[in-house]
Design a binder for this molecule. Sequence first.
Ligand code: CMP
Length: 140
Amino acid sequence: MAVERTLSIIKPDATERNLTGSIIAKLEEAGLRVVAQKRVRWTKEQAEKFYEVHKERPFYGELVAFMTSGPIVVQVLEGENAVLKNREVMGATDPAKADAGTIRKEFAENIERNSVHGSDSLDNAAAEIALNFDEHEIVG
Ligand code: CMP
């Protein structure tokens, strides 16, 4: 196993319900370290670019509207096998299908308002981190 970095986002449904700390606790308990973090509100253009891979999906417009509807917390997480580890602690995209104890099982409202995003591969992690952070903002 190797030390990896992955991009995590605490979404507007979670910041709205004041769950930022509870979610970070779950990430840290899983062995992930927050090495960069900022609370921001994305513009429509930023959200469209971030989710460009989903552009042809029927939910793309709603997803962009949701992700710009309130503050988000964008993070870089570091740890052994961080990409997979983060996906395990997040749980399935649809909270109805997420395992017990995962972030989405405990906190998500539905498949769209699903509280967190995590990169799905090492390549995408690098691209998503570069979109959201300058290298000097990441302090490992
Ligand atoms: P995320 O991990 O951020 O990546 C893409 C997002 O699209 C996903 O989490 C969900 O929030 C959203 N999404 C995926 N499938 C659907 C769907 N069927 N309906 C609405 N939103 C979806």
